[in-house]
Every structure is written in structure tokens, then in C-alpha cells.
Design a protein around this ligand. Structure first.
Ligand SMILES: Cc1cc2nc3c(=O)[nH]c(=O)nc-3n(C[C@H](O)[C@H](O)[C@H](O)COP(=O)(O)OP(=O)(O)OC[C@H]3O[C@@H](n4cnc5c(N)ncnc54)[C@H](O)[C@@H]3O)c2cc1C
Length: 412
């Protein structure tokens, strides 16, 4: 049976970064991935490394707006009706996580991870020769109404206290910065410390190439089970098996199935998201714009303008509803009327989401040697490299740079 020092199950952005970091520390690493390593969900993402994104989704304000959102089939959040019963437990935990005391706890957990995420990403990208995919720039969160801008600006002191920069941009300044935005805006909040990934699938592919070039091996197949053997673990994949003393579970939204047989009923759901890639948009903003009330991003990329966002709960198996990609174009045109649609491509992906908006990062309490690294929701591209550092420290039995207690798998 083939062996490795570390088996990384799942070669999405989190698994690939973890594999590279472990390699750097001298470990022989094998990725077990059913598709191409580096080609996971992040490939279709908005490419926005929002280090300042320290606010969990559950909050009193979101709970107040849920009834309106849920009954709007064309709105930013939908639950497909047949999926409703499956979401009950997750939904109740989401409501519990929206209590102000828990929100404060979640901010206190996310902020230290995000503070180290930028440097971790720059280091990893440079080592892999992929730093040209990352552009440091000021991202604008755009608001349609004065009222939402004012509400959001009340969060700036919290951001500043946590060490992040943000500033208000009024309507005229916004129009001067981004003349493509013609309609219906009250202003923006600018986040100067962000990175934009100009080609997320190229970036993932470059990281995977680096991993292979450094001697990393890949088993192509679906991991079906993790079984104890001689103080280590056997990863049983479709046609191959792998024995390793340490296993990283980085299977994104699919992680529940792999861990359930070990007794972990982790409340992980796929918050499905969509993108519409406009090949020749005609007008292009100069930076990532996040339209707050409509919950989507417009990101300039090497091959066009990507509109990405929306949340849909329908599980891992339901076919995509590409109306939700198309919807993004209609909404975007409300802000940027000259935007051209054709040629365009659709995409749907699975954000791995826990009810409190925090990932799971840590060794399994009842299964020493298995380390979980999944559930990064809308922040997986951004948090991948710092997560890699944390799990590599756990493999080496060192203290990680961030307190991982809030990210324990058994916190629910
Ligand atoms: C529309 C949209 C926009 C987004 N925008 C952003 C953004 O701008 N910035 C940001 O930071 N994040 C963004 N995200 C979130 C980000 O893409 C995810 O958080 C991130 O990709 C999760 O990475 P992962 O490696 O954990 O999971 P994935 O990328 O999903 O990777 C999991 C991998 O595991 C493999 N796998 C699963 N099960 C098995 C198995 N049993 N055996 C073998 N292999 C298996 C899968 O094939 C996959 O390659 C966005 C997501 C969506 C949907």
C-alpha cells in the first residue's frame, strides 16, 4: 500500500495550500482528489481576498431581513422548497449564532485568523511563483441607499479596533473613482488592504503545478472512508488506498459524508453560489466592487468581468439553476447600464458553510492524527493559506499562530 507522511483529502484551495505548506516543512505529501487539484470551488469564486471580512453572516439584522429575503425568489438568498426540511437543524443553529454575544465571539475568532491571512497568502503565492495573480487594491463596497451606508459605516470602529482599515467614499468620489457606475448609488466603503485574484482557476492550477514540481503526489479518486491502522490512517479511495500517520480532511462542502461514519455530525451545508463571466463586458470597473444590498461582486479578471454571488440552499445534488447567474447580469446593469452580456458563461459552486460562519480547523477530538480544515464559507480563498499554516503546525505538534478553540468541530 502506498504511504505518505501526510494525506491531504480534497485538493481544493484549502487542501492544495495545506499540501504546499507541509511540503515546505519537509513532509512527503499525497493529495487524494477526485478531480484536478487546485480546480475546486475557488476557481469560480469572486477572487476577492477580503481580509477585513470579520463579520459572521448570522446577526440580528440578517435575522430581521430573513422573512423578506426568503419570500423573494429573485432575491440574493433562496431555499429550494424540497430542501427546506433538511435545513431545519442548520437554520436553528444559524438563529442561535445571530445572538449579539455569539456575533461578538465570532468576530473575535475571525479577526486574528484574517489578520494573518494576507501575509500567509503573499508568502505562499511567492513561493509557488504565483504572486502575479494577486493584486493589492482598495475594494469598494457600494451602497444603494444612504440608510444602508450609514448602518454599515457603524461597523468601521469595530474594524479599526481589530486592526483593519476602512473609509467612507461619498457619491461624487465614488463616481470619480468608478465612472462605469452610473445609477442609483449613495456611496461606498473602501477597504484598502484587500487583494484581487485576477484568475482564480489559473491561480489554483499554478499552486497545484508547484506542489507536483516539488515532488508531491496525487491520487485521483473519491475518498470513501478513513480507517485506523497501526497508529495511522488508511484513506480508502475508489481504486487505491493510502496509509499515512496524519490526514487532513479538506473536502469543502462534502466533508460531512467523510466524517459522519467517525461519529461527527457536523452541521455543514452548501451555500451554493453562482457566477456569470462576461467575456467582453464593454465597460469594466478598475477594481473589485461589492454591491452590498444585492450581495454580489463584480471582479475584473484576465478573461473578462466576473459577476459572482447569491446564496441558494438546495444541497449538493440538485442541478444548478442558472437563472441565478443570469439574474446577476440584470442586477449589475442596474448599476452599470453599459455592461454587455455576450459572450458569457455560467458557473455554480458550493460554499462550505457552518451556521456560525466560522470554519472547522483542528484535530478531531476522538481521532488523533486526523485534522479537519473545511467550512470556510465565502472566505475560503482568502483564508486558505493561513489555514494551511495552522494545520501544518498541528501536524508538527506546534502551537498554531491563531487560537483554534473557536473552530473546534464539536462546538455545536
Ligand atoms: C459564487 C462564489 C463566490 C466566492 N467568492 C469568494 C471570494 O471572492 N473570496 C473567497 O475567499 N472565497 C470565495 N468563495 C468561497 C470559496 O470559493 C470557498 O470557501 C473555497 O473554495 C473552499 O475551499 P475548499 O478547498 O475548502 O473547498 P473546495 O474548493 O470545494 O474543494 C474541496 C475539494 O475536495 C474534493 N472532494 C470532495 N469530496 C472528496 C472526496 N470524498 N474524495 C476526494 N476529493 C473530494 C472536491 O473535488 C474539491 O476539489 C466563493 C464561493 C462561491 C460559490
Amino acid at each position: 500500500m502506498p504511504t505518505a507522511d501526510v494525506a491531504v483529502v480534497g485538493g481544493g484551495i484549502v487542501g492544495t495550500c495545506a499540501a504546499i505548506e507541509l511540503q515546505r516543512r519537509g513532509r512527503a505529501v499525497t493529495i487524494v482528489e477526485r478531480d484536478e487539484p487546485g480546480a475546486g470551488t475557488a476557481a469560480g469564486s469572486a477572487g476577492y481576498l477580503a481580509y477585513d471580512d470579520i463579520f459572521p453572516i448570522p446577526s440580528p439584522a440578517i435575522v430581521a431581513s430573513l422573512p423578506r429575503m426568503l419570500f423573494d425568489r429573485h432575491g440574493p438568498l433562496v431555499v429550494q422548497t424540497p430542501y427546506l426540511p433538511h435545513l431545519a437543524g442548520w437554520g436553528l443553529r444559524f438563529l442561535a449564532a445571530a445572538r449579539p454575544s455569539i456575533v461578538r465571539r465570532s468576530i473575535a475568532a475571525l479577526a486574528p485568523l484574517n489578520r494573518l491571512a494576507s501575509q500567509a497568502h503573499q508568502d505562499l503565492a511567492s513561493r509557488a511563483g504565483a504572486q502575479h495573480y494577486l493584486v493589492r487594491e482598495s475594494v469598494l463596497h457600494v451602497f444603494r441607499t444612504e440608510a444602508s451606508l450609514e448602518t454599515a459605516s457603524k461597523l468601521i470602529p469595530t474594524l479599526e479596533r481589530e486592526g483593519f482599515e476602512a473609509g467612507i467614499v461619498d457619491r461624487d468620489a465614488l463616481r470619480a473613482m468608478e465612472p462605469a457606475i452610473r445609477n442609483g448609488v449613495a456611496g461606498a466603503i473602501s477597504f484598502p488592504g484587500s487583494d484581487r485574484c485576477t484568475n482564480p482557476s489559473g491561480y489554483g492550477a499554478a499552486l497545484a503545478r508547484h506542489f507536483r514540481a516539488q515532488g508531491g503526489s496525487v491520487i485521483r479518486g473519491t475518498a470513501r472512508a478513513l480507517e485506523p491502522f497501526g497508529g495511522g490512517w488508511i484513506v480508502r479511495a475508489d481504486e487505491e488506498e493510502l496509509l499515512a500517520p496524519r490526514v487532513i480532511v479538506a473536502t469543502g462542502a462534502w466533508s460531512r459524508a467523510l466524517l459522519a461514519p467517525l461519529g461527527y455530525g457536523v452541521p455543514l451545508e452548501s451555500a451554493r453560489g453562482y457566477n456569470l463571466m462576461l467575456g467582453q463586458p464593454g465597460v469594466t470597473p478598475s477594481r473589485t466592487l461589492l454591491f452590498e444590498e444585492d450581495h454580489f461582486c463584480a471582479t475584473p479578471m484576465e478573461d473578462g468581468l466576473r459577476l459572482a454571488g447569491t446564496v441558494e440552499f438546495a444541497g449538493l445534488e440538485a442541478p444548478p439553476n442558472f437563472y441565478r447567474s443570469e439574474m446577476l447580469y440584470e442586477i449589475a446593469r442596474g448599476y452599470i447600464p453599459e455592461l454587455r452580456r455576450d459572450p458569457a458563461t455560467h458557473w455554480m459552486g458550493h460554499r462550505p458553510s457552518l451556521p456560525d460562519s466560522l470554519p472547522v480547523i483542528g484535530e478531531l477530538p476522538k481521532h488523533p492524527g486526523i485534522i479537519a480544515a473545511f467550512g470556510h464559507e465565502r472566505r475560503g480563498l482568502m483564508q486558505s493559506a493561513i489555514t494551511a499554516r495552522c494545520v501544518a503546525d498541528l501536524v508538527e505538534r506546534k502551537t498554531p499562530p491563531v487560537d483554534l478553540a473557536p473552530f473546534r468541530i464539536d462546538r455545536f
